[in-house]
Design a protein around this ligand. Structure first.
Ligand code: NAD
Length: 298
């Protein structure tokens, strides 16, 4: 088993760290929040709390970062007491945060100069997938590096898919999440229209789920309350995938589309719709809240 460093012990990182412990790994961890570090440390004697990202890298064979955004990831790797200052040849660095592909490429360039291996490995599956060890890792970078670190990844998830060169894990993640955001709005519009036409939402959902309109938002994450148990829409849109995180991913998609001269009419419109939700105070609600927003009662 490896000694793994985990930086970013938030909603995702905390569950991922606990699954690494469950699978026999020892951990060195760092986060800005003393509270999350204290909680994890009191959970297991196999956790060492570090003063900075450099110390995490010095103590670990594999370093995993699970951080909020581009700037924080770059800073955590590149600053004076950052990961790259403690990473020596033979260590493997894995960024599972969702960032722009250009961020992964920049970190890779710096790591490569020091003969340190780096892959981007953003995840799908959300907080529930992180808790249940069912995440899918979308990996960009050398396939040989992915193979070397696969056991560690599969201590936190069920699948690691090689997508191509560094940055291509992030590219796959951004494309998938843009489609998810669009299909959630489409599902919400359709159900709202059907209900206003007098259809029973359960009947309409059944029809869609056995017809050509079926998608994840209709069959596994329905935005109308009480269509499915254990989904955020049946729990006042609490937990799940927040509107602000979808908005972040759509911003990355928008930037990537600008860089590559790609036309994304619906991706751009979705960005504006979720931005409006966020600006109206619903940023912390699950993104399926877009149904309530379209319905117009709240
Ligand atoms: P979060 O905000 O819950 O956790 C982030 C953690 O990073 C926090 O504990 C915070 O204290 C810590 N942090 C912030 N700045 C730091 C710094 N400079 N140094 C060290 N620690 C720092 O976020 P999350 O939901 O765990 O998401 C993490 C990443 O995973 C994001 O990039 C997100 O887009 C991605 N992601 C999230 C989900 C989800 O459903 N939550 C799903 C897939 C991917």
């Amino acid at each position: 088993m490896s000694h793994v460093g985990v930086i970013g012990i938030g909603n995702m990182g905390n569950h991922m760290a606990r699954n690494l412990l469950k699978n026999g790994h020892e951990l060195s961890v760092y986060d800005l929040s003393e509270t999350v570090l204290h909680k994890l440390k009191s959970h297991s004697s196999k956790v060492t709390v570090c003063k900075n990202p450099r110390e995490v890298a010095e103590q670990s064979e594999v370093v995993l970062t699970m951080l909020p955004n581009n700037d924080i990831v770059l800073d955590t790797y590149l600053r004076d007491d950052g990961v790259l200052k403690g990473a020596t040849k033979g260590k493997i660095l894995v960024d599972s945060s969702t960032t722009a592909p250009s961020v992964s490429k920049k970190v890779f360039e710096h790591a490569n100069k020091n003969n340190v291996e780096f892959i981007d490995a953003p995840v799908s599956g959300g907080v529930i997938g992180a808790e249940n060890q069912t995440l899918t890792f979308m990996v960009g970078g050398a396939e040989s590096t992915m193979k070397r670190v696969e056991k560690v990844l599969l201590s936190m998830g069920k699948r690691a898919v090689h997508c191509g060169d560094v940055g291509s894990g992030q590219a796959a993640k951004i494309c998938n999440n843009m489609l998810l955001a669009i299909s959630m709005i489409g599902t919400s519009e359709c159900l709202n229209l059907g209900i206003k036409l007098g259809l029973n939402p359960k009947t309409l959902t059944d029809i869609i789920n056995t017809s050509t309109g079926r998608c994840w938002s209709s069959d596994s994450y329905n935005p109308v309350p009480n269509m499915l148990p254990n989904v955020p829409s049946s729990n006042d849109y609490k937990g799940g995938f927040s509107t602000d995180l979808v908005l972040k991913d759509l911003g990355l998609a928008q930037d990537a589309a600008t860089d590559t001269h790609s036309t994304i009419f619906l991706g751009a419109l979705s960005h504006q719709i979720y931005s409006t939700l966020s600006n109206n105070g619903f940023g912390n609600k699950d993104f399926a809240y877009v149904y309530q927003f379209l319905k117009g009662n709240k």
